[in-house]
Design a protein around this ligand. Structure first.
Ligand SMILES: [Zn+2]
Length: 608
């Protein structure tokens, strides 16, 4: 998977380089043709000599690889943000009621909202194929021997001309893109459709012991940065590289980055939309099996199939993922006061910035056996990935939730992420985080309590290192705008003690149920809840709002509304699209719900 992704990026650069080199290559081909004529004249003797050599090489059987709030429009539906209506409540929500969690929390602060959530056709087959496809290393097809005797002959003649090794002896599998120059066969001009195979053999990291390898690596890194709109860093890396700063390819890349950078336009921060998900349903059959949780899953969860279609469609429409911290950040003014300052997001004309988040990334015990991932771990490549339990209780590692699926997608499409941005991942505390039972109530119940806390901390750091933003979702999944202030304080303190102590300083809070601590006006200076959360370090506050955009910049904070992309929301759009209906469709700026909605879902998807 990763290899393929790595190669996808490499391939793009190669294509560009190929075009640049095409003219030169044609000349070389002309000369080969000339040589061929000469060779024909020299004919017999040369052929005999070649055959002689070939016989001696047969034993070695070398494999030749084929080369290669203010902002907030004040007229918006403020009520939705404060007091979710049926329309917005599914949004935020987590269905209350499932009692599993109560066992693990003392009665005084038992979580109010237990997310209960939830098809039919997807089964292990899907899962198994996902497992299989994640291991491409043994995929055949990348390597091939030129069978055509004349091809080999040409190659051999060509190698004489170039003064280089015979292709039979050229180990191109390890080659940087450079090697295609020394490749002497037409097959090096691999057609588009061969790419998947081609990728298999170029997975190898460039050989850093050779100048070619170091140059290839440098340009790979800077191209990747440029694809992610980080032209400044790409340019700086090239300019400060002592070995290659005057290399023609580097100079050319520099020019290109400068040109592309100059064409960027500042994106209007008021038009940054924010979409969110819960844990993704991986195995539809187990999630939508008709048990007590199935209905909730159908309402507030999104399936893997849907998520991937959403990504694809949003990518095709020019959406680019940004961080909340790209939208605003703190700065000290001339008086020494720390203020929230708007960020500056520079994107190509026509692109649309958006923020993504995922709530309740805790893998609650009640979700066991329902077709979800079980926990997040650090994969062999240092990226976050998931463990999932199959029906027979065996555990498999792979892209079984939003985090690794989004990682995979961005590997393949670096231009989907602004300067390495990832989504916001939010945690409650009452069952621990990331699938580790780290809540204080587990101290005696979980024999691996300390080890799990340490592991969760490492995973959290891995997420941060890979561009993910982490957030609070309250400790007990409470209505933070409505519960008594004392309970509000107690819940906030417990989150700090049990979650922030593991994941480190956190400045984002995503309100459970979308229940904000103020109405759509900016937070007042006498808002006790705001002041308390501010004192704990929170600066970014997100409610739930079905409007396309809801962004508010205060002096000391930023707020944003979030849109749920789940079964209920999509079904509402589908119903609204039926003949004779007059309701607004709310997702059409992102995708058509009909194109995404998983046929495995039971319908209708209703909220009661
Ligand atoms: Zn939630």
């Amino acid at each position: 998977m990763d290899n393929t992704n790595y190669e996808e990026v490499l391939r793009r650069r190669q294509e560009r380089r190929r075009r640049e080199k095409l003219r030169r290559k044609r000349k070389v081909m002309m000369i080969y043709m000339l040589m061929f004529s000469v060779a024909l004249i020299a004919g017999g003797s040369a052929f005999a000599l070649w055959k002689y050599r070939l016989n001696h090489e047969n034993n070695q059987e070398k494999i030749l690889s084929s080369s290669e709030s203010s902002a907030f429009d004040e007229s918006q539906d403020a009520v939705a943000a404060v007091n979710p209506t049926p329309e917005t409540s599914p949004d935020g929500s987590d269905l209350p009621g499932s009692s599993d969690s109560l066992d693990n929390a003392d009665s005084s602060d038992s979580p109010e909202g237990q997310e209960s959530q939830q098809g039919q056709e997807d089964q292990e087959g899907q899962l198994q194929s996902a497992v299989d496809s994640s291991n491409p290393s043994d995929a055949p097809g990348a390597l091939q021997k030129p069978a055509n005797i004349f091809q080999r002959f040409f190659a051999w003649i060509g190698s004489f001309f170039n003064g280089k090794k015979s292709p039979d002896n050229t180990e191109l599998a390890n080659s940087s893109p450079e090697s295609e120059e020394s490749g002497t066969q037409e097959s090096s001009e691999t057609p588009e459709e061969d790419v998947p195979e081609e990728t298999q053999q170029e997975v190898q990291v460039p050989d850093m012991n050779t100048p070619e390898g170091r140059l290839a690596n440098l340009l790979f890194v800077t191209d990747r940065l440029a694809l992610g709109y980080d032209y400044d860093q790409a340019i700086a890396l090239l300019k400060t590289n002592e070995e290659f700063s005057t290399n023609p390819e580097v100079v050319q890349a520099l020019e290109r980055y400068e040109t592309e950078k100059a064409s960027l336009v500042e994106y209007d921060l008021k038009k940054v939309t924010h979409v969110f998900f819960h844990s993704l349903v991986i195995d539809n059959a187990r999630a939508f099996d008709g048990d007590n949780d199935a209905k909730g899953y159908n309402q507030v969860m999104t399936t893997q199939n849907e998520f991937l279609k959403i990504l694809e469609e949003m990518y095709n429409r020019g959406f680019v993922l940004v961080r909340l911290h790209d939208m605003a950040h703190e700065e000290m003014d001339e008086n020494g006061n720390v203020r929230m300052v708007k960020g500056k997001i520079m994107l190509p004309e026509g692109k649309q910035a958006f923020v993504m988040s995922q709530d309740d990334v805790c893998y609650y015990p009640y979700m066991n056996d329902d077709g979800f991932a079980k926990r997040i771990i650090i994969g062999e490549n240092g990226k976050p990935t998931c463990v999932m339990e199959l029906e027979d209780k065996t555990e498999v590692v792979g892209s079984y939730d939003l985090v690794p699926l989004l990682e995979d997608f961005i590997q393949l499409h670096p231009d989907f992420s602004y300067k390495g941005a990832r989504a916001v991942i939010a945690f409650t505390g009452y069952e621990g985080i990331l699938g580790y039972r780290t809540a204080a109530s587990y101290q005696d119940k979980n024999p691996n309590y300390e080890a799990d806390r340490q592991q969760a901390a490492l995973v959290a750091q891995c997420l941060r290192d890979n561009g993910w933003e982490l957030a609070s979702h309250s400790w007990g999944h409470r209505y933070l705008g409505q519960i008594d202030f004392e309970k509000f304080v107690a819940d906030s303190d417990k989150w700090e003690a049990e979650v922030e102590s593991i994941i480190g300083p956190t400045d984002i809070i995503l309100f459970p149920f979308g229940d904000d601590i103020g109405d759509w006006h900016g937070y007042a200076s006498d808002n006790d809840r705001f002041n308390y959360l501010y004192s704990l370090g929170f600066r970014y506050f997100c409610n739930v709002d079905s409007a396309q955009y809801w962004v508010q910049f205060g002096d000391t904070y930023m707020r944003q509304g979030r849109r749920n992309l789940d079964g209920f929301r999509m079904w509402q759009d589908i119903v609204a699209g039926q003949e004779g209906r007059t309701e607004d469709r709310k997702l059409d700026d992102l995708f058509r719900a009909e194109d995404v909605f998983d046929p495995a879902r039971p319908t209708p998807v209703e909220w009661e």
